[in-house]
Design a protein around this ligand. Structure first.
Ligand code: BGC
Length: 739
């Protein structure tokens, strides 16, 4: 065959007269491309480079990277964005012999041009619909900018707030995490790949990256198989079931074997047991990092171990490109592994329609139209409102009255814009961000709004304290905005002290000493420890990093235009010594049953066992009552679904939303079970005086646990049913006996 014939011509020839279904057709089209490829070209498809050195001023560009693209030695680029740049680089790829289009990928983590709340914040909404919409907007904007693929969602369960990457995930709970994983995948991808306003998602980091020892990034992970399967894998499985196009492996070892070279994870579980059909990209340089781990002697061995273990695409190690062909020739790597990886990658390029039009995502008119569409601001505002968690509200100090005449806004984050965007902002114009100062000013046009920074996040100076205190003394209301800056969470941002940095807590104490009621708004990418504020502030709003509309959303909560409805997706410890602390722990043989009696109990002698704020906790401006718990059966069969119904009522004076939560405990089993585990939830809106009948379903899979020998099993016996508004606020209880 004349290999210089145009590829699309060849492909179309192969299909003349065929009337197969689309999926079958793509498989055959992949086959026809594979037949044309040399081993070198196949390996090229497995290579991914970062675009920082191929775009921008000519003097910064690296010619060898551009040549590799031109020679068909690159399958995908990350960090090339925007129609102009993606078109330019795609055009270079199309000069290659087979003209296989590139995939453009990027970390679109919480919005692209429009900044949404950080993922941990959005998870506090427990609102799957807004979470899905947020991912959809990010997809619409980035797809209009030439991007095909985001490295999101991060679905790592994280029980350690020292780990800076808690901000990127859905928190500590497996069930909530799995629901959110699914919502995000569907938001990014839509029901089916191929639409020009959706992008491929990537479930990362496979697997158990969130269990890094001591909360230190890139550290080893040593957990039991039971923990792996019960706690860490289900969100990945949910993403796979939702059709996520790709997976990313991780930097960590899992029980001694780096995830990137881990055949148990990638071959056996993902591609074997789960029959996953997408492809796996390595994490940045994680193939070559197997050398310092002491798992591979050199790049050649690292490449061999990674490809055999099921890692399909090499992000930024240049390992496959340099080593795989030699390994095949030496008989060390079976070419079937390379063929399989290439097939998986080409499949996605076909599904995205790139073989039909390599530029279909890079359309200047669409880019101009979609970017910064004002309708996206109302969606990010709703997401920001729903993400806020009200932690404390003594004597209903909140909401503040709109007729206040003199308000003091104090703290280093009052007018912070970049910080409010949080980590992983790739394209946004942070000048668009509405700060708290601006949000309050816009709301109370007739009032005097004072602003004093008071303290800094990054130093320990107290020179501005007196100014802040003076302003507080003269004000009718004091709102302090304190927390971390955006660079204190995210990748490689682990902290051993998760208190408020600098002298912020001292500033709070100085302001509080004026005797004025003080409302504290906390911004951070993780749970912080803030014991003085917890004890003495009149009200506390946890605002994470809320993105573009954070200031407006916070002002809405402060002045009662939005009734807070968020609930914590992660436990807040009292101090770092309690970590890891999470709600679904085991009881131990010596549980503390009375806090005053801890002798020879599983306890600390210097702090209680319970956290500062529990998983699932969050207040509202109204109150809710739970009543009339009923189970559809008290004696179900193993294959039977148990329906749990109850009445939820708004017993307060304003409309509000409650996140009702269902927890189960398997009382006795052959392996000890957690004291409770979340199995369902519902976010319910109720007007004052209104009641609704809520029904949760306990499907048989919710009763199963992972036995290291037998796999997932269910055992007969008693299950306790608990329903309430937080993991530590159970309002209704019952039980059933599984036959
Ligand atoms: C991170 C990934 C990210 C990748 C590409 C890595 O350092 O761990 O989550 O997708 O870089 O930017």
């Amino acid at each position: 065959m004349n290999k210089n014939l145009g590829l699309s011509f060849l492909i179309s020839l192969a299909f003349v007269g065929q009337v197969h279904a689309q999926r079958k057709t793509i498989t055959q089209r992949v086959d026809s491309v594979m037949k044309l490829m040399t081993i070198t070209e196949k390996i090229g498809q497995l290579n991914q480079y970062s675009g920082r050195e191929v775009t921008g001023p000519a003097s910064d560009r690296k010619n060898y990277l551009l040549n590799d693209i031109k020679n068909g030695m690159v399958g995908s680029m990350l960090n090339v964005k925007g129609v102009k740049d993606t078109r330019e680089i795609q055009a270079i790829a199309l000069q290659s012999r087979l003209k296989i289009p590139l995939l453009f990928s990027l970390d679109v983590i919480h919005g692209y041009k429009t900044v949404f709340p950080i993922p941990l914040a959005e998870s506090a909404s427990w609102d799957l619909d807004i979470i899905k919409q947020s991912a959809q907007v990010a997809a619409e904007e980035s797809a209009a900018s030439g991007i095909h693929w985001t490295f999101a969602p991060m679905v790592d369960i994280a029980r350690d707030p020292r780990w800076g990457r808690v901000m990127e995930g859905a928190g500590e709970d497996t069930y909530l995490g799995a629901q959110i994983a699914k919502a995000r995948v569907l938001g990014f991808q839509g029901e089916k790949l191929g639409s020009v306003d959706r992008i491929m998602a990537c479930a990362k980091h496979f697997a158990a990256y969130g269990a890094a020892m001591a909360g230190r990034d890139y550290n080893p992970v040593d957990i039991s198989k039971q923990q792996l399967h019960e706690i860490y894998l289900p969100p990945f499985k949910a993403a796979a079931d939702a059709g996520v196009a790709t997976f990313m492996n991780s930097f960590n070892t899992l029980n001694g074997v780096p995830a990137t070279g881990n055949a148990y994870l990638q071959r056996q579980i993902l591609k074997g047991d789960w029959k996953y059909k997408g492809f796996v990209v390595s994490d940045w340089g994680s193939i070559k990092e197997m050398i310092p781990w002491g798992f591979a002697k050199n790049l050649s061995e690292a490449s061999e171990k990674a490809i055999v273990a099921g890692s399909d695409m090499d992000m930024e190690s240049e390992a496959y490109k340099k080593e795989l062909e030699k390994l095949v020739k030496a008989g060390k790597v079976d070419v079937k592994y390379i063929d399989e990886a290439v097939r998986r990658i080409l499949q996605k390029k076909f599904e995205l329609g790139l073989f039909d039009d390599p530029y279909r995502f890079s359309d200047e008119k669409r880019e101009q139209k979609v970017m910064n569409d004002p309708k996206y601001q109302s969606i990010t505002k709703a997401a920001a409102q729903k993400s806020i968690v009200l932690l404390k509200n003594t004597n209903q100090v909140l909401p503040l009255s709109k007729s206040l005449k003199n308000i003091a806004l104090i703290g280093p984050l009052v007018n912070a814009k970049r910080d409010q965007a949080g980590s992983w902002v790739v394209y946004a114009d942070t000048a668009n961000i509405v700060s708290v100062y601006e949000g309050v000013k816009q709301k109370l046009t007739g009032a005097k709004i004072g602003f004093s920074q008071g303290a800094s996040i990054t130093d320990t100076s107290t020179v501005d304290f007196s100014n802040a205190v003076k302003m507080a003394k003269n004000a009718d209301a004091v709102v302090m905005v304190l927390g971390e800056n955006w660079e204190m969470s995210g990748e490689a941002k682990s902290r051993t002290d998760i208190g408020l940095p600098g002298k912020q807590e001292a500033l709070f104490n100085a302001v509080k000493a004026t005797g004025k009621p003080v409302v504290v708004v906390l911004m951070a990418g993780r749970p912080l420890v803030f014991n003085d504020i917890a004890a003495k502030a009149d009200a506390i709003i946890y605002a994470w990093f809320l993105g573009d509309q954070g200031g407006n959303a916070i002002a809405d909560v402060l002045f009662g235009d939005y009734n807070p409805s968020g609930k914590l997706p992660i436990t807040f410890p009292r101090n770092v010594g309690q970590i890891p602390i999470f709600y679904n722990h085991y009881n131990t043989g010596r549980p503390v049953t009375k806090p005053t009696d801890i002798r020879y109990k599983s306890a600390y002698i210097d702090a209680p066992n319970d956290p500062a704020y529990a998983f699932g906790y969050g207040l509202s401006y109204t109150t809710f009552a739970y009543s009339d718990l009923k189970l559809s059966t008290n004696n179900p069969q193993k294959n039977e679904t148990v329906k749990v119904s109850f009445t939820l009522s708004n017993t307060g004076k304003v409309a509000g939303e409650e996140v009702a939560q269902l927890y189960l405990q398997d009382t006795f089993a052959s392996v000890v079970r957690p004291v409770k585990a979340l199995k369902d939830f519902a976010k319910v809106k109720l007007n004052p005086g209104e009641s609704k009948l809520i029904t949760f379903e306990i499907t048989p899979d919710k009763l199963a646990f992972y036995d290291e020998q037998k796999g997932w099993i269910t055992e007969s016996g008693e299950f306790k049913v608990m329903v309430g508004g937080a993991s530590n606020d159970i309002k209704l209880k019952s039980s059933f006996e599984l036959k």
